[in-house]
Design a binder for this molecule. Structure first.
Ligand code: HEC
Length: 231
């Protein structure tokens, strides 16, 4: 390769680079993104998102000005706090309320309606049969996995102890997570109020209703983890 050829290659690379730089500049002049200051629609039924995590993952690109704009935009979308239960890892937009407080105002009638889903698998009447799941008469306060004639899973048998309101609340949130390997193929009741209503109903399906746990003294326990976005 003689000197002349080397010069040609060098010039070619140089030209390519300048064309690229010029077109990037023209592109940025022609297209300057602007971000609306507020959302144009209100999403409904969207599960809460860990906004702080989203923000952390936001790519560090663009000019400082662009990043500031984006930050303002994100902050405007949602100024939300997300409460993540340390127990279940389930996020909710509502601050957690302790079980005693929820039970104090729980409505067994509402619980009976919600518990229709349980009745697909459970009989709740006194001396009633076992079905896909064990009979649930008097289940509050009953030793776990103890109902005669039901073939419990090894996982549930290994739990031990009694079904206190707290234990039931934890189990019913997500049976599969609370007791991995359980035969209860039910996704769970994610809403704490729904669970409290159901527990209040279960308590009535018994010869003697065990007393509810006392409501926690004000204020309710601080959330396990609060993630909030401040622009
Ligand atoms: C798809 C059927 C199904 C549904 C729906 C269902 N369960 Fe169950 N449940 C089961 C089975 C099966 C078991 C036994 C689990 C095991 O042995 O691991 C069980 C076990 C239980 C236990 C433990 C009982 C004991 O004797 O230890 C409780 C409490 C319970 N279910 C409550 C409920 C409630 C309350 C609902 C409604 C919110 C419900 N279940 C919905 C099938 C179901």
């Amino acid at each position: 390769m003689d000197r002349w050829e080397k010069t040609k290659i060098g010039a070619g690379i140089g030209l390519a680079c300048s064309v690229m730089a010029v077109s990037m500049w023209i592109g940025s002049v022609l297209v300057s993104p602007t971000y609306p200051q507020q959302r144009s629609y209100a999403p409904t039924g969207v599960p809460p998102v860990d906004l702080a995590a989203v923000q952390r993952e936001w790519p560090v690109v663009g000019s400082k000005e662009e990043r500031e704009q984006l930050k303002g935009y994100i902050g405007h979308i949602e100024k939300a706090s997300v409460f993540v239960s340390a127990d279940t890892g389930i996020a909710s937009a509502e601050a957690p309320t302790d079980l005693g407080t929820l039970l104090a105002s729980a409505d067994p009638e509402k619980g009976r309606r919600t518990a229709q889903v349980c009745m697909a698998c459970h009989d709740l009447s006194q001396n009633g049969p076992n079905r896909i799941g064990p009979n649930l008469w008097g289940v509050v306060g009953r030793p776990v996995a103890s109902h005669a004639g039901f073939a419990y899973s090894p996982a549930l048998k290994a739990v031990g102890g009694q079904w206190t309101y707290q234990e039931l609340d934890h189990f019913l949130t997500s049976p599969g997570r609370a007791v991995p390997g359980t035969k209860m193929t039910f996704t769970g009741l994610r809403n704490p109020r729904d669970r409290a209503h159901v527990l209040a109903y279960l308590a009535t399906m018994s010869a003697s209703k065990p007393p509810f746990p006392a409501p926690a003294a004000a204020p309710p326990p601080s959330p396990a983890k609060v993630t909030s976005v401040t622009p």
